[in-house]
Ligand binder design. Structure first.
Ligand code: ASP
Length: 348
């Protein structure tokens, strides 16, 4: 395997490259030169870094599937020239982007590492420099046979390397902004790197990576709560364009047994809407047979999302809906792990 020790750094925006608007005092995205000027360490690293900048840089709250497709196209176009890719991205929606990319890169054989920061890189106490420098090292880390150590879409933040489609933003203030509650970390970056190799995906290095850029976003995330109003729920579930629902249920996958709710869910499911049940809990998994309040959902045609994050479930639906028109096929794929996003219990 040919190695070049070259990484492509893609700057999309986010706090890491932001500065203060002098009029409002609010943080706003600045261009990449501002970021580079604040990182003289670039000159000291062994890895050769080329850059690609989104113009204009964006706050990640404004990210959309078209920009995910843009990232996929840039990586695909440059795939052979680089050992790995680092994507600088705002933290707010980083877990959605990482999840979407994990499905859009089929048979990924190189690292794609997303990172950002909680404080802009120009500030004295910034966490951005460490996140950026370590991500560049991780993106070019390799085994003695030349294969990359982490050929996955990952999020690196605050010393932890996480599988992208298992990650969630957990804190808006602290430097430890991300965690993967249902999956172990892939590497701890302390004084040394401690890779957890048995947790890292091994793709088929003899096969090419296949990029996918189409997504169908006719999906919603529907969070259950006590006191839901039938009419409001009906408007959502009967929307004609709707093809997929990520239903965030209680505990191990339970929902109110109100006949109207069961009826609306069942009708939607029979119309071909794929309804995926995930838990509102931050960790643990859906097991619809555990309680009666979960069992009736199975009867209504709702499928288990197992231990999926909402970010992974919604982007997986977008990916599958663009690839398949038949709800049966989409349900089948939702029950399989495509990029390590779910753990399927042995009983299934
Ligand atoms: N609002 C910013 C963004 O997501 C926050 C951040 O980067 O941390 O782009």
């Amino acid at each position: 395997m040919n190695r070049t020790n070259k990484v492509l750094l893609i700057y999309t925006g986010g706090t890491i490259g932001m500065g203060c608007n002098p009029l409002t005092g609010a943080l706003e995205p600045l261009d990449f030169n501002h970021l580079v000027d604040n990182v003289p360490e670039f000159a000291q690293i062994h890895t050769e870094v080329d850059t690609y900048q989104f113009v204009p840089a964006i706050d990640s709250s404004n990210i959309s599937p078209s920009q995910w497709a843009q990232i996929v196209s840039i990586v695909a176009k440059n795939y052979e020239q680089y050992d790995g890719f680092v994507i600088l991205h705002g933290t707010d929606t980083m877990a959605y982007t990482a999840s979407a990319l994990s499905f859009m890169f089929e048979n990924l054989t190189k690292p794609v590492i997303l990172t950002g920061s909680q404080l802009p890189i120009g500030q004295l106490r910034t966490d951005g420099k460490e996140n950026l420098m370590t991500s560049l090292e991780l993106a070019s880390a390799h085994h003695s046979d030349g294969t990359p150590i982490v050929p996955e879409v990952c999020i690196y933040f605050n010393g932890h390397l996480l599988r992208g489609n298992r990650s969630t933003k957990q804190n808006a203030d602290e430097f430890n902004a991300f965690d993967s509650f249902n999956y172990p970390h892939l590497c701890e970056a302390g004084v040394n790197f401690t890779f957890k190799e048995h947790n890292i995906l091994r793709p088929d290095f003899s096969r090419p990576m296949i990029p996918h850029t189409d997504l169908d976003s006719n999906v919603i995330i529907f969070s259950l709560f006590p006191g839901m109003e039938e009419n409001l729920v009906r408007h959502v579930l009967e929307a004609p364009e709707l093809r997929g629902i990520v239903m965030r249920s209680f505990g191990s996958g339970n929902a109110p047994q109100s006949p109207w709710l069961t009826k609306l869910l069942k009708e939607a499911s029979q119309r071909g809407v794929v309804i995926v049940n995930i838990s509102q809990c931050i960790s643990g998994q859906v097991e619809m047979s555990r309680y009666d309040t979960g069992y009736h959902l199975k009867d209504a045609g709702i499928i288990s999302g197992f231990d999926s994050t909402a970010e992974a479930a919604v982007t997986k639906l977008m990916y599958l809906q663009a690839a398949y028109s038949d709800p049966k096929t989409i349900r089948e794929y939702m029950h399989r792990s495509i990029a390590g996003e779910i753990t399927i219990p042995r009983t299934e």
